[in-house]
Design a protein around this ligand. Structure first.
Ligand code: TXA
Ligand code: MG
Length: 310
């Protein structure tokens, strides 16, 4: 693909105006959300969306999340049943994605949904994402702003490292506070399609028990090997083997630690940044055991994919 100049923009009025101009003309802008940086394109413009797949080197059957500024905007695109509406009212703006049937006249480019009759919708909470969506005044299709199969970006520098020369601009809003992608819920009965930045327990408090996603259910991005650093990853390690770098959790000797105090929220926020840092050192990575509860479930999901055979 031909290289293009990638501008870094500050998220002030001038930066936002520039981002909107790029998006309106079918360009690609990476922007911060509370979860991870997204690579945004006008969700109504097939060519722009095709550019996202090209920049990421992403398999075309993998549908994208549509980001909108408000619940009202989401209602124009998806069909919400009672529980979807309850979830939207409880958690939007925030790190929850709802996969819902497409509404007639939705206007979303077919490439976004990769031919599914459902659409993944989310109202992000990050102030820069919100300002961008409000100024653009339309839906943005945005996968995580990383080359396909690699670690998700939680800083503008991560985005630049992976995609510089492939995209038009990066809105730099600092590090992402949550650090894990959104939780995805969808289907009837409602199932958890991807654990993420919103605790499953909190979702179930509003929606009732979620069924386990069967193998047939479509969250096609849930490839077994994903979020992978270049080097191999070994899980549940209490110490490093010779030559390995140890990513610790809780009080222990390690090269980097997700949370010395064993705090899962802190660990989620640091996960991808620490994986990026260790990945740059080009050695096999060993990861300490992480408790499989609350946000730990989403962290372990990402780690299993990072460690999966490729
Ligand atoms: O936090 C996030 O969700 C970030 C930020 C940028 O919003 N985005 C993100 O997007 O993680 P991406 O493209 O890396 O992951 C989107 C996931 C994929 O697993 C995809 O298969 C799934 O959403 N997905 C998209 N549309 C779907 C649909 N209609 N039904 C089921 N799953 C869907
Ligand atoms: Mg991704």
């Amino acid at each position: 693909m031909t290289q293009r100049e990638t501008k870094t923009l500050t998220p002030d009025n001038a930066g936002l105006a520039c981002a909107v101009k790029v998006l309106a003309s079918g360009g690609l802008v990476a922007f911060p959300t509370e979860t991870v940086y997204g690579l945004g394109a006008d969700a109504r413009n097939d060519r722009a969306v095709a550019g996202v797949f090209a920049a990421k080197g992403r398999p075309d059957f993998n549908p994208l999340i549509v980001h909108v500024a408000s619940v009202e905007a989401a209602l124009q695109i998806g069909v919400f049943d009672h529980s979807a509406l309850l979830l939207a009212e409880a958690f939007w703006p925030g790190p929850l994605t709802l996969a819902l049937p497409l509404r007639d006249g939705h206007g979303i480019a077919s490439l976004v949904t990769a031919g599914l009759s459902t659409v993944a919708l989310r109202v992000p909470a990050h102030p820069v994402a919100h300002s961008l969506l409000a100024a653009f005044d339309g839906p943005l299709a945005a996968p995580s702003a990383n080359p396909s199969g690699r670690i998700s970006p939680t800083t503008a520098t991560h985005v630049a490292t992976g995609l510089s020369g492939q995209i038009d601009a990066i809105l730099d809003g600092g590090p992402c506070p949550v650090g894990l992608e959104s939780s995805i819920v969808g289907g009837a009965p409602l199932a958890l399609l991807r654990p993420g930045g919103l605790c499953t327990e909190d979702i179930e408090k509003i929606a009732g028990p979620l069924s386990k996603a069967g193998s047939g259910i479509a969250a096609p991005g849930q490839l077994a090997s994903h979020y992978a650093p270049g080097a191999s990853v070994r899980l549940n390690a209490n110490h490093a083997h010779p030559g390995e770098l140890l990513l610790g959790f809780g009080p222990m000797q390690s090269d980097l630690n997700l949370s010395i105090t064993g705090d899962l929220t802190e660990a989620a926020a640091k996960l991808f940044d620490h994986l990026h840092t260790l990945d740059a050192r080009d050695a096999p990575i060993a990861v300490a055991p992480i408790p499989d509860c609350g946000l730990g479930r989403a962290i372990n999901d990402r780690l299993r994919r990072a460690a999966a055979p490729r």
